[in-house]
Every structure is written in C-alpha cells, then in structure tokens.
Design a protein around this ligand. Structure first.
Ligand code: GCO
Ligand code: MG
Length: 402
C-alpha cells in the first residue's frame, strides 16, 4: 500500500480545527487531528510546506519509521507546532493500518484492558454558589469525577469559567484578551470552595482542580497541603512545568496527587517527573505529544514509576484526538482517567464518531480504525476564523502565566 495524497483541511464549525486526511492507493484513508489552539496556521504551513511532500509514496503501515523520519530526521526537533504536525500524520497512519486490517485500533496496541474509560467533566461557576450548583448538575448527568473551577472574589475573570451559561471556550476572535490574576486571592479562596463541595456532595465523588500554571512551587505546596482534607483526585498544573526539579519541593510538602503535561510535547519534558515519581498523572495530549506512537511509549515508560495517564481532552482537540486517546486508554494498563469536555453538536456532525458517553464513562466502538469520519462538505461551510487564547497580568501589570 502507498500513500498517494494528504490534504490539510481547516474549518471552524463553532471553533477552529485542522484535520489531516491521508489517502492511499488502496482506497483506504486515515484521519489525524493537527489542531493547536490559537496557532493553527503554523501547523498547517509546517504540514503543507515541509511534511506532506515527504509523505507521498510512503507505506502507511510503517508507523514507527515514518514517525522517526519526521522527528529524528528533522534537524530542528520538538516544539508544539512540529509535534502536532507529526502527531496528525501518525494518527492518520494508525487509522489506515487498523482499517486495512479491519480492526479497531485498540486491538493493534495491546487489546482490551478495560471495558470502559472513566472520564472527568468540568463544573464551573462565576462564584462559589454557582460552582457548587454546577457540580450537582454534572452529578445528575452521571459524572463520577468532576473538575471544579470558580470565579475568584475580587477578580473579574478567571480561567475555566464560562460566560452567559455557555460552554467554556478560552479562545476568542480579536487580539488576545487580558485577564487580571492574583495568587493571593486565589490561594485564600480555593480551599473554601473545595470544602463546600465536599460538605455538599460527600466523599463518593472524585474532585479535580486545575491551577493552570499560576503558582510558584512553594505556593503550590501550600495549596496542596490545604486541599489534603478534601481528598482531590488531582491538582492539575500547579506550576508551569518547565523546571521539572521544582516538583521535588512540592512533593516534599503534600500528598495531594499531582497531574501535569497538557502542554508537553515530548518525553524529554517529563523524564525527571516520571523517573523521580514527582507526579501521579501524565496529561500529554495525543496530538501535541506527536501521535499514538510516542504516547504509547510514554504510557509504558510511566507504568513502572506508578504514574498513570490522564490525557488532555479539552474541546480544542478534535474528536479524532479524543478517539485516539480512547483507544490508548482502552489498551494500556496504567490508565487513570480521561478528560471529557463534550464538543458542540456541530462539531459532532462534522466528525461523526462511534465513541459514546454513558453514566460517567466513555466507550470506544468496534468500528475498524479510529472510528471517526470527517464531513468535508459540511465543514467547508465554516471557514477558519483567527482566534487567540487570553493572556494574564498581575495587578501591577506584570505578565503572568495564563
Ligand atoms: C484543560 C486545559 C484547557 C486549556 C486549553 C488551551 O485542562 O483542559 O487547561 O482548558 O486551557 O486546552 O487551549
Ligand atoms: Mg488544564
């Protein structure tokens, strides 16, 4: 079998997605997600200008060699743009291979290790009362693991809070929106929120929280310690992960489980975190981590260090990435949890898929390949619209991590 063509499809069915469609001489095609929120066109150019010309004529079954060709074979390696492009190709090739063999992808990467995939959803509110109520709504929908985010008293906008009752979506048209950040206000407020949620709903529900890279290590240590009585499933991204050694300090002070890695793109971003057991969950995204080939290696490397997976699953990753994550989650032994932010109905129409949600879990289907399709005609009615993620500043104007 030979690859005959690859098309980079850009559309905005309620939000921007970049999708790679790889075609073969056997009539089988594969899909890959190449979306990098707020930097979509950089990945498009990297694919169209640099990778696709080298892809034509290759054997789609050679997933390992093709991955190495684009990763190792590029003198300029790593980074989210490069890795998202390679990730899209890798997903599409696995999709082709599994379709050609008439098997769902999970059968090629270990077979079924579990019948269903535990997911966590997002509950949020502009203040404590709204956030607590939203947790209740998600429990009613069947979720057993819930991430809780809330507006912070004294701050106008906070990460993870939707406006006007709509689903949370940080990317917006126009230039990047600026939001004000106060670590002090946040640290004083968060334990109160978590106490109320536990008092209201008891101990049987799993609670998660995302600090979204805003703290220093010693602040993260304080937060982790103060959240201990509420037994979080995890505290996510307490500090930006560039300095892996900083997690030694956090670990020394708290037993609150830690999750990290949604912005990582290679194993080198987390080698110390894994081998020194400094985190409990690795959150790399299948697409930004370079695809199924390296994500499987990462999961297998994490296993002996007692680190489990909790792959990033925000709505800015297309259903193709979610399906790829679900196949990996179904097959590996050290699966932890999967993030689930349901896509808008229009996104589900553009990407018809087989996976389904039921009572707090996602189920992958038995369709050959990844089990996702792409409606090009429908997608073409929604052209790309430039959008940026926000930026954050402290009260004195200092730029901070969003
Ligand atoms: C999460 C993430 C997202 C990111 C988003 C950026 O935990 O799901 O933090 O909300 O901010 O994916 O594009
Ligand atoms: Mg996050």
């Amino acid at each position: 079998m030979k690859i005959t063509d690859a098309k980079v499809l850009v559309a905005s069915p309620s939000r921007n997605f970049v999708t790679l469609k790889v075609l073969t001489d056997a009539g089988v095609h594969g899909l890959g997600d190449a979306t990098l929120n707020g930097r979509e066109q950089a990945v498009v150019a990297y694919l169209e200008q640099h990778l696709v010309p080298c892809l034509i004529g290759r054997d789609p079954f050679q997933t390992e060699d093709t991955w190495q060709y684009f990763y190792r074979g590029a003198y300029w390696r790593r980074g989210p743009v490069t890795m998202a492009a390679i990730g899209a190709i890798d997903m599409a090739l696995w999709d082709i291979k599994a379709k050609a063999l008439n098997l769902p992808l999970y059968q090629l990467i270990g077979g079924r290790s579990r019948g269903k995939v535990l997911v966590y959803c997002h509950a949020n509110g502009r203040d404590l009362e709204e956030a607590v109520d939203d947790v209740g709504r998600h429990i009613e929908q069947g979720y057993r693991a819930i991430r809780v985010q809330s507006g912070i008293p004294g701050l106008e906008a906070a990460y993870g809070i939707s406006k006007d009752g709509r689903k949370y979506e940080p990317a917006a048209e126009g230039l990047p929106q600026e939001s004000l950040w106060s670590t002090e206000k946040y640290l004083n407020y968060l334990p109160k929120l978590m106490r109320r949620v536990r008092d209201t709903y008891g101990d049987d529900i799993e609670l998660l929280h995302d600090a979204h890279h805003r703290l220093t290590p010693i602040e993260a240590a304080r937060l982790g310690k103060e959240l201990e009585p509420f037994h979080l499933f995890w505290l996510e991204d307490p500090v930006a992960g560039e300095l892996q050694e900083s997690f030694r300090l956090i670990r020394k002070h708290t037993v609150t489980p830690l999750a990290l890695g949604e912005v990582f793109n290679t194993v080198y971003d987390c080698l110390t975190l894994l081998t020194e057991q400094l985190i409990d969950y690795i959150r790399m995204t299948v697409v930004h981590g370079g695809g199924i080939t390296p994500i499987l290696k990462l999961a297998h490397l994490a296993e002996p260090y007692h680190v489990r997976t909790g792959f990033h699953g925000a709505t800015d990753l297309s259903p193709v990435t979610l399906a790829a994550a679900l196949h990996v989650n179904t097959a590996i032994s050290n699966f932890g949890i999967q993030e689930h932010m349901p896509h808008a109905d229009l996104v589900d129409d553009v990407f018809p898929h087989e996976y389904r949600f039921e009572a707090g879990d996602l189920y992958i289907g038995e369709q050959p390949g990844l089990g996702v399709d792409y409606n090009e005609e429908l997608a073409s009615r929604y052209p790309y619209r430039r959008a940026y993620l926000p930026v954050a500043r402290k009260a004195d104007g200092t730029m901070w991590n969003w």
